[in-house]
Design a protein around this ligand. Sequence first.
Ligand SMILES: Nc1nc2c(ncn2[C@@H]2O[C@H](COP(=O)(O)OP(=O)(O)OP(=O)(O)O)[C@@H](O)[C@H]2O)c(=O)[nH]1
Ligand SMILES: [Mg+2]
Ligand SMILES: [Zn+2]
Length: 310
Amino acid sequence: MKGLVIKNTGSWYTVKTDDDKTIESKIKGNFRLKGIRSTNPVAVGDRVDIIENQEGTAFITAIDDRRNYIIRKSQNLSKQSHIIAANVDQAFLIVTVNYPHTSTTFIDRFLASAEAYRVPVVLVFNKNDVYSDEELRYQEMMCTLYTQIGYKCVTVSAATGDGIEKLRPMLNGKITLLSGNSGVGKSTLINLIIPDANLRTSEISDAHNTGMHTTTFSEMLPLEGGGYVIDTPGIKGFGTFDIEPEEVCSYFKEIFEFSKGCKFSNCTHTHEPGCAVLKALEDHYISESRYQSYLSMLHDKDECKYREAY
Ligand SMILES: Nc1nc2c(ncn2[C@@H]2O[C@H](COP(=O)(O)OP(=O)(O)OP(=O)(O)O)[C@@H](O)[C@H]2O)c(=O)[nH]1
Ligand SMILES: [Mg+2]
Ligand SMILES: [Zn+2]
């Protein structure tokens, strides 16, 4: 029997079968996935084969090839990865300019990893009901920056419902992953879009201005008009990226465009003469924050080399 993994809590996976039954399942045997050392061999969004057993549960016996996946590398040296979800049509990155503050480095790292796996991203700026004029101006600046690069940006408030109607048509019939830092309002937004989802939410900490990691497992929720949204645990950071320096640039859309004009084909856009990226940065066609994020990802590779040497 075939089905879709809609929830994963520890070693149990909730599978929705093609004839619309929901069965708690466990993995049978060892799945070896090419090249990925993952803490979860099966992820929410995976299409799987299952065999039912006498206890009313089932064994997962095979996984279909993935169209794509969103992965988070662990921050420690184990180099283990966690697959947040597989086979998604798009991701909504929920961003808050404050309560908690989402950094541009975090946004850019998310966008770069989504580019790497070819998942389109929409930036959803939430909590616009609580901001000062200054914070709203900053939010607008961010929207302008990312719109110019080519990302769709939407401003909403899950508290007042402002802007939510803009999200609905974008969700219809698609599998959409919601991601972002803890406390930005992912679960609150889903509760608003799917009233009987009843997802747990909790206030952010006053002392640290960060979320409490309320959602601990990814979960796929069906939309009335077809499609799914996936609620995910808040992420702090992405750990390091182990990608070749020449490759980093291709995950920053606008930097990549300018890099075509560089004098040297192996230009790292840091010091080389005739670098079209540095020129564009100087002329403010590339933003300082995006360039800093680019440098931080180039640097990841150095860190990895450094670590491997010891
Ligand atoms: N003022 C205001 N508060 C909001 C808004 N959206 C969410 N919140 C509040 O922010 C807090 C965190 O919301 P959650 O939905 O739990 O955040 P989350 O992103 O799911 O967090 P994790 O599950 O920890 O990743 C809750 O107290 C929500 O009520 C909003 O638009 N405006
Ligand atoms: Mg949550
Ligand atoms: Zn260059």
